[in-house]
Design a protein around this ligand. Sequence first.
Ligand SMILES: Nc1ncnc2c1ncn2[C@@H]1O[C@H](COP(=O)(O)OP(=O)(O)O)[C@@H](O)[C@H]1O
Ligand SMILES: N[C@@H](CC(=O)OP(=O)(O)O)C(=O)O
Length: 473
Amino acid sequence: MSHPPHGLLVMKFGGTNMQDAAAIRHSASLAGRSLKEGVQVVVVVSAMAGVTNGLLHLADAAQGGDIARANDEIAALRTRHFTAAQDLGAAPDSETVRELRELHETLRQAVYGVYLLRELTPRSRDLIVAFGERLSAPLMSLALELSGLRARHLTGGEAGILTDTHFGNARPLPVSYERVRDRLSGFLSSGTTPVIAGFMGETDQGAITTLGRGGTDFSATIVGKALGADEVWAWKDVDGVMSADPRVVGDAQNIGVLSYGEVMELAYFGAKVLHPLAVTPLQESGIPLRVKSAADPDFPGTLVQAQPEEDATHPVKAVTAIRNVSLINVTGAGVLGVPEVVASVFTAIARENVTLLMVSQSSSMSNVSLAVPTVDAGRTMNALRAGVTTELRVEEQDDVAVLAIVGSGMRGQKGVSARLFGALADEAINILMISQGSSELNISVAINAAEVDTATRAVHRAFGLSGQPVAAD
Ligand SMILES: Nc1ncnc2c1ncn2[C@@H]1O[C@H](COP(=O)(O)OP(=O)(O)O)[C@@H](O)[C@H]1O
Ligand SMILES: N[C@@H](CC(=O)OP(=O)(O)O)C(=O)O
């Protein structure tokens, strides 16, 4: 590979890289290339593409009383995993096939429990949804072994990842780092490649937790920090982190270097390419993260490191968007000049654990506007109605999107917001709300959801990210 050999790499393979036997075999060969160069590798895998959503659907079906549909979906998952095992070369009586059969049986029992109770708690949802990664890890071990390497698969908990009890969005406890080190070092020193089921950990009582959607990136960086890896490589189906979602902007470019801060902003503002917290374990140690294309392994991809790379001609490095957003406006004379009212708004929201995407307050304090994911809007409205003083009007506006521009080069640069607003005005796009963090790493605007793709393309062009020259201000 074009990179100098490293002592220890953590390699994460996403859902697309695990989607069938051919993809798994190719992923195993990417790990194998580094192993053959004398590098130690720890592999962290996602579920096969689409499996996580399938598990969420079937859990909902069971809760709703439709056990026939849930069982059909379990049968389809079973076929998919058995087919992959068979295509990889597993014999019908092999250890892998036996383990897959046992895992499916346990999944079936867990889903039947949900059906009997007609209750799907966050805890049982995590147990069910983590089967995706528990089922893909044995397939990766098999692929590595069939290519002549020694491998051993582990659940997140077995690998040492201990979390809090925020089921669905759990956070690793600091003790995880030592545990991961203790549990994996023996495998590494004996030349065995650990294959860890990503996305999951467990509580100190042994209940399975998940780290939030896209959480396998996070698992990989937790393991990277624990082992003091030289680098963490996240293999993807894209060249790297791009200047916009390539599904929306056809001429989006790969970004060579990003800082941890820039990547966090990008992920927070909807770039699905990395989990928003993925770089947090790396920040203290400065371990680099590389986002790489499995289809083009020699392409350097995106290097994520502590220092941003400044490019005076491109103060903005990427444009990103969050869909399915709602605005909540709190207005009324009661807000005017009364900080306690504003405080009560935030207290009510904090109790509900809602992600606040944007906040803006008019300087007269007569209005507070909040942007929240639409899935949380109902809960937010109820909390505000119950938790704030009487004379306030609380209104919800749906079908909104938040568009953000991200780049450390914006700091102190004049004319960036003017260019953003100009690009939107040229497309006759109305801005509903504006926010700029004091870190000046991003500027975000709320717009109508129907206009978000047009807006993304226009802003991408306006900041010269499509490779075309930009008109001077
Ligand atoms: N700025 C961006 N750069 C790269 N990919 C992006 C960006 N924004 C959105 N994406 C989408 O993220 C996808 C990769 O993320 P994801 O599917 O979660 O990866 P994986 O499952 O392989 O880990 C790409 O297919 C791409 O469509
Ligand atoms: N399978 C989980 C975790 C994950 O990280 O997946 P992917 O790497 O395919 O985005 C999810 O879909 O959220």
